[in-house]
Write a protein that binds this ligand. Structure first.
Ligand code: CMX
Length: 139
């Protein structure tokens, strides 16, 4: 299992609009836009920091996993996402090495990517996302 690069850093927030000025204004990161990700019940905003993105995640439903996270842990670092090739084989090899996956099959995430999560109990408390850009090269 080797990853190509760090794709993005996910940060759970109560309100994207309340934090946009910090990332865009104070830090000077390039704002790339908003996206709804219905499969994950979140609205996200991306900011470009060199080759990596910062992804702000705002829940869109009370039963969103991000709503639960905010309730339990408050705002802050939520996950790290790594770019991989052939995500289904990556999932299988992680399972074979004994790791617990949240997703046994890839799901559609932001930027048309196929995504799958490793359970944080298997990754030392850091929720880890695998993502594979689509054939048009979205990343
Ligand atoms: N990072 C680290 N630990 C986390 C976590 C996170 N982001 N979210 C939950 N946990 C921990 C909980 O604190 C809990 O730990 P303790 O047992 O020590 O208290 C443990 O994981 C299990 O939590 P839970 O409350 O029993 O279960 P949840 O229903 O909250 O589910 C999880 C946890 C990780 C399985 C769920 O959040 C999940 O499926 N996440 C993957 C999908 C996701 O996060 N989507 C949003 C982003 C999508 C995107 O980027 O587009």
């Amino acid at each position: 299992m080797s990853v190509k690069c760090l794709n993005h850093v996910g940060i759970a927030v109560q309100s994207i609009d309340d934090q946009r000025a910090y990332y865009e204004g104070a830090l000077g990161l390039e704002f790339e836009g908003y996206e709804d990700v219905p499969s994950q019940k979140v609205r996200v905003a991306f900011f470009r920091a060199g080759d990596v993105r910062i992804e702000l995640l705002e829940p869109t439903a009370e039963d969103s996993t991000v709503a639960k996270f905010l309730e339990k842990r408050g705002e802050g670092l939520h996950h790290l996402a790594f770019t991989v090739e052939d995500i289904q084989s990556r999932i299988e090899s992680l399972k074979e090495s004994g790791l617990r996956m949240i997703d046994n099959e890839p799901r559609l995430g932001s930027h048309h990517m196929q995504i799958a999560f490793v359970h944080p109990k298997s990754s030392f408390g850091v929720l880890t996302e695998l993502c594979e850009p689509d054939s048009k090269g979205h990343a």
